[in-house]
Design a protein around this ligand. Structure first.
Ligand code: FES
Length: 130
């Protein structure tokens, strides 16, 4: 493992995330109050790109099923959330049944912590150890 330059601090303003890829590994950089953290950009639930989610302080929320992770550690804070669709009760029964079956299967998928990566900043250059 070695440190690899992945981005500039200008690319990751405070309270934002940025997707980078190094050696085939997808990484989400997250700027928490001026400190850059690096975690896997694959949700620990079903691999959705976390960098497309939302970052609030040190918590990133998955854009797909809303599991939450602490970007400073990679630890899962909360698992997926089942959502109900507005107007679902008006949809054809076959469609409702299919969505219920998918929801039931999805509820059995375990959500894992994220891999986190050591990082450092040199001037404006962000390095991640991979
Ligand atoms: S893929 Fe992220 S919560 Fe399901």
């Amino acid at each position: 493992m070695s440190f690899v330059e992945v981005a500039s601090v200008d690319d990751v303003p405070v309270s934002t995330t940025r997707h980078v890829e190094v050696k085939g590994i997808v990484i989400a950089l997250a700027n928490v109050n001026g400190t850059i953290y690096a975690v896997s950009d694959r949700c620990g639930h079903q691999n959705a790109p976390l960098s497309k989610g939302t970052l609030y302080e040190n918590i990133i929320t998955c854009p797909l099923h809303h599991a939450q992770f602490d970007v400073t550690t990679g630890k899962m804070i909360s698992g997926m959330v089942e959502l109900s669709l507005p107007g679902m009760d008006q949809a054809p029964k076959e469609f409702q049944d299919a969505l219920m079956a998918i929801g039931e299967m999805t509820s059995h998928i375990r959500t894992h912590n994220l891999r986190s990566f050591p990082g450092r900043v040199d001037g404006k250059r962000i390095f991640v150890k991979v």
